[in-house]
Design a protein. Sequence first.
Length: 325
Amino acid sequence: MKPLLPILALALAPALGGAASPPPEPPRLVLLGTAGGPIPRLERSQPASAIVVGGRIYLIDAGDGLLRQMAGGKLGLPSVKALFLTHHHIDHIADVPALMIDRWLLANAPPLEIYGPPGSAGLVSGTLSAFRPVELAPVTIGGPPKPPLAKAAIGHDLPADLNEPRLVYADDLVRVLAIGVDHYHYAPGSPEARASRSYAYRVEAGGKVYVFSGDTGPSERLKILAKDADYLVCEVIDIARMEKLLRAFPGFSADQIPSLMEHMQADHLTGEQIGEIAAAAHVKKLVLTHFAPGADGETGLQSYSEGISKHFHGEVAYGRDLDQY
């Protein structure tokens, strides 16, 4: 018979040496804003999402309401590692100033890395410069001196012509790829066409793949980026609801509606168009977001997904602020 003491010692070694390390927490997707467009709402914040993994937060877009929803989701500012902007429409960037400055004031953290279309670096540096008066009216909170506000964040301009997926960020927890999508239809060669870019992002973390459409119309490049994704977090528009809201909105005159609706139809995605993209890319799950109009008190959200099932037969989720996947 083999002696029992060595066997017992072997069996008890983990207990005697302390508890084994817990397995790493799987990544999760948190929706922080699911309304599309600049019209303020009570029930939905403007576009923003987070991938949370390994105690770090990676943000996609920073629409109005981001910080409030981060508080609701118990996501701390010190844990924000990077922000990826899909484009520069105000509903996607309105909370960039608050994010940078609050993080600088309240978190002892390295500069926030911000990536986005050309112009993002200037957006970051110009905003921090404009908010210099905040630095000149300090709040005494003790501790070591704060670094200059100008160093609170570092902006990075991604290449203007991303016609195929390109790695734009990587660390020990995530890889982020980007591709250009079709949210703008300006005349070729015009100043607007040269300046305006919209990107989709693919975040690979913990064995999962999350793709964020950003704002786009039908896009072959989005199909490429979303190939075999676990989650496609996709913008959606209900054309009929959108036109009804715009016609009732006091800020728009009747002669503005046709051009507004032309933009809505060309530069956003209906349910059927989303279904075509998801099916072609073989994604596992669709998460609808950036609801346009996404008005307060909306019911019958099935009209947003009308046509998806013609092409895509996987699971479809109607995203709401603070939903997690």
